[in-house]
Design a protein around this ligand. Structure first.
Ligand code: C2E
Ligand code: MG
Ligand code: MG
Length: 631
């Protein structure tokens, strides 16, 4: 309250009832007011002092804050310019307000180009590249963001630079139209992503499409097939490729597979689709052609291409291929069915002796099912040891006595009954079970022979796969040791097919076995194409002339002449000669005249269970069931 108004108020309070001013009362009022003001003044003085002090403290804080701000600014600049990402901020007029060094580097812009105030369009004109096509339209920012952020949107843009780099920008557009963007060089990521996609659809070794990609290609071809169009699917499998891997090592095998892929690619040409389905499996899709002629021509072309030797360093490898062919729509109109039928046809090509192509036929499936059932049974038989060995005498003609026995396997199936070796050995070879079966035969034959007189040998048949897929020398050594049988009492019989599979792999094993005093016989001589040439490749102890040569010798001069020549050949090479399949006395008499060393056949005895061996050995001159006539 102003002093004048206050004094007026004090005077009116000092007026007495008669209207005069009570001077005493007025003095008191004025003095009271002075006292109040005096205490206020002290208070104000104290407050002013405090204010002064606080003001000084504030000044101190202000300078500290300003120093801190400068520090923050410097830190911000360091961070900004050392970010591995480019950063740009444009205002609502699309003018640059902030950017970092990386931004300029990514887009090839100079410091001058990036002066604040430059427009987006200016910068786009100056950068060395152009916007790519894969930019995505904006999407709303996260739902949980604040109201302000809620009204912003994020947009991805991609730039293809002149030097091939790909720059990706993530632009956050704010509600007021300004934007903040970060920019990154994604060239390496993109390359890696493309590589991953490629690898997911291609085989890394050959670069060919893989099974997944091939299925997609077959799907597409079938979907696009015109009503009168045929589509052939060829499923190829290299014959016995595993032995190449075993013999030469996996990396050499890989190199050869690359050469194989190259040759198949050359045969298939660019108009057909080629894929690698698995280790040594390939497939070709042939569309829009006259079938089956074109696919037959293609198969022949592939066979020709693969018939030349493959080279790896100094080594040369011979390869052959089996093919199964299914043609849509006749053999199926769906990818799965077509692939399955080509696979079934391939299995038939393999079972028919490999090195050939087979077209799918309806009855193949039923046969395949039977084969699968047999295979399952065979696997179980190995576990349950449902096998038995029968022994057929080898008869020495000059000594007129049994000099050994050939072990011949029998499979006693609980339901099928006795299964002959020719009905399961080829399957066992194909599916690899022969390795386990062969090991069992070796052990059992050696054990049985250990019970026989010292001068009686045992002959065991050995399949090609036992050379390529197991350590035959070790298996033989273990079987002999377990039975305590002298190695010189064991003969191993191999057929021409063993040598054909891979001579250079088999020969060192044969030599190693021979060095251990084990005898090696060439079985079924004369049934193959090049028995003669193989005779010179290894010093066999014995050749066993196939039974097909003996059939007619008694009444066919030519057959007799051939037999005569083979026996002479064996003599000349210093190899014992055994004639198989001798069924009659007449045949035996003739062979005696030819000075054949040994015979084997029903005339002496059919294969017998092991328990019959002592009986066979005890027969007079152990001439077997039929007495051998004297010369
Ligand atoms: P192989 O080694 O040539 O055996 C001779 C085959 O001729 C045997 O057939 C035998 O029973 C038969 N045979 C013997 N004498 C006569 C005869 O006078 N006339 C006729 N027509 N046949 C006679 P099997 O026992 O059926 O064996 C067939 C083939 O199975 C064998 O031919 C051999 O290649 C194979 N094999 C048998 N056992 C084994 C084995 O343990 N391992 C392997 N890998 N193969 C085996
Ligand atoms: Mg044999
Ligand atoms: Mg034979």
């Amino acid at each position: 309250m102003k002093a004048e108004a206050l004094f007026w108020q004090q005077c009116s309070q000092a007026v007495t009832a008669d209207g005069s001013v009570d001077a005493q009362r007025l003095m008191e009022l004025v003095i009271a007011t002075y006292r109040v003001h005096e205490s206020d003044y002290d208070q104000i003085e104290r407050s002013a002092e405090t204010l002064l002090k606080e003001n000084q403290a504030l000044r101190g804080n202000m300078s500290a804050l300003s120093q801190a701000f400068d520090g923050q600014q410097r830190l911000f600049e360091i961070i900004l310019n050392n970010l591995p990402l480019g950063l740009s901020v444009f205002d609502a007029d699309q003018r640059l307000t902030l950017s970092n060094i990386r931004f300029g580097q990514l887009f090839g812009l100079t410091q001058d180009d990036m002066t604040p105030g430059a427009t987006i369009d200016d910068l786009i004109d100056k950068m060395r590249g152009a916007e790519g096509t894969s930019a995505r339209p904006g999407r709303r920012a996260g739902r949980h963001s604040s109201a302000a952020a809620n009204s912003s949107s994020i947009r991805r843009r991609e730039w293809l630079m002149d030097d091939g780099r790909i720059i990706q920008s993530m632009v956050t557009i704010l509600a007021d139209g300004s934007n903040i963007a970060i920019h990154a060089d994604i060239s390496e990521d993109r390359e890696a992503a493309e590589r991953i996609t490629f690898l997911a659809h291609h085989d890394p070794l050959t670069g060919l499409p893989n099974r997944i990609h091939f299925r997609q290609q077959v799907d597409a071809a079938l979907a696009a097939r015109k009503p009168d169009e045929q589509i052939a699917l060829v499923h190829l499998n290299l014959d016995r490729f595993k032995s190449i891997n075993n013999m030469m090592g996996v990396s050499a095998g890989d190199k050869i597979l690359q050469q194989v892929a190259e040759r198949i690619r050359a045969s298939a040409g660019s108009e057909n689709t080629l894929a690698r389905l698995g280790s040594d499996e390939f497939a070709i899709l042939q569309t829009g052609r006259q079938q089956p002629w074109n696919v037959t021509a293609l198969a022949e072309q592939i066979r020709r291409e693969l018939s030349d030797l493959f080279r790896h360093g100094e080594k040369q490898v011979e390869l052959s291929v089996s093919m199964g062919i299914a043609v849509a729509p006749g053999d199926g109109e769906e990818t799965d069915i077509l692939l399955k039928h080509a696979g079934v046809a391939l299995s038939h090509a393999k079972a028919d002796g490999r090195k050939r192509e087979r077209f799918f036929a309806g009855e193949m499936e039923a046969q395949m099912q039977l084969r699968h059932a047999l295979e399952a049974d065979l696997r179980a038989a190995v576990e349950k040891e449902e096998f038995e060995l029968h022994y057929q005498p080898l008869y020495d003609l000059s000594q007129r006595r049994i000099c050994g026995f050939e072990a011949l396997i029998r499979w006693n199936h609980p339901i099928r009954g006795r299964v002959a070796p020719m009905d399961f050995i080829p399957l066992a070879e194909e599916v690899g079970l022969i390795v386990d079966i062969g090991r069992w035969v070796l052990r059992r034959a050696c054990n049985d022979a250990a019970e026989w007189p010292e001068d009686i040998k045992v002959a065991v048949n050995v399949s090609a796969m036992q050379f390529s897929s197991s350590d035959l020398t070790r298996d033989v050594g273990e079987a002999l040791a377990a039975a305590s049988l002298s190695p010189s009492r064991l003969e191993l019989e191999i057929t021409e097919s063993v040598l054909m599979e891979n001579l250079s792999e088999v020969l060192p094993i044969l030599h190693a076995l021979k060095e251990r005093d084990i005898r090696i016989s060439m079985d079924d001589f004369g049934t193959g194409y090049s028995s003669l040439s193989y005779l010179s490749s290894f010093p066999f102890d014995k050749i066993k002339i196939d039974k097909s040569f003996v059939n007619d010798i008694a009444n066919n001069k030519e057959a007799h002449a051939i037999m005569h020549a083979i026996i002479l050949l064996g003599d000349a090479l210093g190899m014992r000669v055994t004639v198989e399949g001798v069924e009659t006395a007449a045949q035996l008499a003739l062979l005696e005249c030819e000075e054949c060393d040994e015979i084997q056949g029903y005339h002496i005895s059919p294969p017998r269970p092991v328990r019959d061996v002592p009986h066979l050995l005890s027969l007079p001159e152990n001439g077997g069931e039929t007495q051998i006539p004297r010369r």
